[in-house]
Design a binder for this molecule. Sequence first.
Ligand code: SF4
Ligand code: SF4
Length: 470
Amino acid sequence: MKHYVSLSDKALDFINAEEISRTLEYAKEHKNDKGLIADIMSKAREKNGLYHEEAAVLLLNNDPEVTSEIKALAEEIKLAYYGNRIVLFAPLYLSNFCINGCIYCPYHAKNKQIPRLKMTQEQIADEVRALQKMGHKRLALEAGEDPKNNPLEYILESIATIYGVHEEGVIRRVNVNIAATTIENYKRLHAAKIGTYILFQETYNKKDYEKLHPRGPKSDYLWHTEAMDRAMQGGFEDVGLGVLFGLHSYEYELVGLLMHAEHLEAVYGAGPHTISVPRLRPADDIDVSSFKNALPDDVFLKLIALLRVAVPYTGMIMSTRESEHIRKEALSLGISQISGGSKTTVGGYANQNAAIDNSAQFEVSDNRTLDEVVRWLMECGHVPSFCTACYGSGRQGVDFMEICKRKQIHHYCTRNALLTLMEYVNKYASPETRRIGTALLDHELDKLPSKTADELITRIDTTTNEIKFF
Ligand code: SF4
Ligand code: SF4
């Protein structure tokens, strides 16, 4: 099948609905074609990715042996590109005011039951102190779309506040997940020195998208879908894609997601920096049983493995929407970033009261503290990392992808992960986590040339909270 990729920045071209149907038809016809499956798997083993047409065939194939092969390869690819480290982050909800009508989200404008909260700059600083105390260094900033309550000026001021708090540590990277906006606004956001601009597509199916977003600026499918092109035209090199699995069929979403990634790579030279894999969760005012496309665990895990195989250079993010059990399996299939100790409420890190508790965007399935998540990761054989090095050293966009493609990024990731783990273990960990962390560090440092291990210690300045990253 001839590969389709569009250089046009028009959503109807790069997420061409006929191409998705054609791909799924082709995949249905060829899903049991053993010769073709063998060819695709052999290409996948080269670890340079797959086209959406190829990934769709593997997705529709139901042979358990092929699924096991895909999963094993996903793990191999994760280790080859990123090593055994897992990056940790926390979401920070600034405001849940929103004028949109997304019917799967409790922040939709018509929900009168939910308390509407917006943090002041002082409250944001309190949240940052609480997050720093836990040991967090990387945040994903979230806010509803509301030009009156949450204008871009408020977001920019909040970013400056977050970077400006240096007490229990320092937040080194703020990624931002806010509504689609203009190129001009993306330029301003980019100038605020944020890391990745993240925007979930929710669903790539235009008809369902329009049904699920009946009001507000987000109801415009084209405006929303073309946002990443505008963000890149506005100066962003790193953007993060994602769909909310469960809104439309997962087959359609996988093809749409890969077409979007292929389009960005073809036009801007770098595909998405990250892909997030949220699944629908229950929340105030939201009954997930009313959605017909809920994704079973086994399919969800195959989908994650397939994404890892199809886009090997892209970081993959899983939040606390998922349980400990699913997160454990997903980590070995290629997830490279997870949130830990998360609150999905507005102001929930520093304070707790009924209004804050009821302001959540979704129910968290993994309620463990950051310390417990760090310990668990180490017990599962991963190296927890608070690394933010690439952004600070300009390894972004095309440059980052080049290093990744040469499979050299793990040299940076491994040493930086150990640096940040040393900092975490010494400064933030509970006694039990420190004990496990110290043993893990000894073990991991032994694998490095001795000069590197000695050098690592000298790179942490405990008075200024500065780390000289690789
Ligand atoms: Fe608003 Fe985002 Fe929720 Fe939609 S998903 S209602 S835009 S906060
Ligand atoms: Fe991420 Fe770069 Fe750090 Fe690796 S070195 S963990 S890719 S920031």
